[in-house]
Design a protein around this ligand. Structure first.
Ligand code: NAG
Length: 316
């Protein structure tokens, strides 16, 4: 009796361990962001959180892309890469990467300061769109939406594939891996080794909770660079004819619903330069004209005098 009871207890314990293992295996990693922690919570549930530096934890949904603002915030924390103390005065090439301020829903705040006294305004993709200014005086009245994201990449193979196959594979990738509805993929173009994907989603099309084209651009850039944000279980591949079509050198471009104020300033500076050059040329022209006229006037007057004198001489 006792021995069989022990066997039964043993089997029950083993079963328990196995089932928890099995439950955990569906919950060990966060599919859409490897930096989030997941643990089983009651029944088949799985609760995932993202720890944000100073003890704060966000509840996150691992079946959807994470907002770019949260990802950048997570990425900008020190301690992630290496422990060595930076030598004094060392420069870090982090153009574009800063520690952003996010809204609770994951949107970027319009004004960003990267925890310094220098601030600037960003678009909905978190990209700087104005000149930098003093924290006290810089104002950003609204978060301007990036309605057009261009994903440029270069093919890293010499496979001959048809444009149609490549288009279909890329569309499948974007709609399945990043869950962006196909309606927002406006165009896929090929030009030599380059591939251009136009993603367009304006403010009326972007409903709360929907995948944002800026998030798709961010995930894609990381995927192509081989530094995927997603769980290692979710490999980045573009399968065509049973082979993985390789791409490299991603470049993401952002177009906002309002013109950004960076190139405008450069443009006005250029316009001013052109105006100055034109004005100087006109003034120089007038000066030259006046001088030549005066000279000519003198000659004419002199000629007149001579004529008069000649006439007087003749008369006398
Ligand atoms: C957004 O795009 C849709 C579809 O192209 C269009 O009907 C709508 O007018 C656009 N809205 C804005 C604010 O541009």
């Amino acid at each position: 009796m006792k021995v069989s009871t022990m066997i039964w207890v043993g089997v029950a314990v083993l079963c328990c361990i196995l089932t928890t293992r099995a439950q955990n295996s569906g919950c060990e990693s966060c599919m859409t962001f490897k930096g989030a922690q997941c643990e089983a919570s009651g029944g088949a549930g799985c609760a995932c959180t993202l720890s944000m530096g100073t003890g704060s934890k966000l509840n996150v949904n691992c079946s959807k892309l994470f907002p770019k603002c949260f990802l950048m915030k997570k990425e900008s924390y020190p301690g992630k890469g290496g422990r060595r103390i930076k030598p004094e005065g060392a420069l870090v090439d982090n153009d574009g990467l800063y520690n952003p301020d996010c809204e609770n829903d994951g949107n970027f705040k319009a004004k960003q300061c990267n925890e310094t006294e220098i601030c600037w305004c960003v678009n909905s993709a978190g990209v700087r769109r104005t000149e930098k200014g003093d924290k006290q005086t810089k104002t950003c009245s609204e978060l301007v939406r990036t309605y057009w994201v261009i994903v440029q990449m270069k093919r890293a193979n010499t496979d001959t594939v048809s444009d149609e196959d490549l288009k279909a594979a890329l569309t499948k990738l974007i709609t399945e891996r990043y869950q962006l509805p196909a309606a927002f993929i406006q165009n896929i173009e090929f030009e030599g080794p380059y591939i251009y994907i136009d993603l367009k989603q304006n403010s009326t099309q972007k409903v709360p909770g929907a995948v944002d084209i800026a998030d798709v651009g961010y995930y894609m850039e990381k995927d192509i660079k081989g530094d995927s944000l997603m769980s290692p279980d979710k490999k980045f591949e573009i399968p065509i004819n049973g082979k993985n079509f390789l791409v490299q050198e991603p470049l993401i471009m952002y177009i906002d619903e309002k013109p950004h104020e960076l190139s405008m300033k450069r443009l006005t500076a250029g316009v001013i330069a052109v105006i100055v050059v034109v004005v100087v040329a006109i003034v120089a022209g007038i000066v030259v004209l006046v001088i030549t006229r005066r000279k000519r006037g003198r000659y004419e007057k002199a000629e007149m005098k001579e004529m008069n004198e000649m006439q007087k001489e003749l008369n006398s």
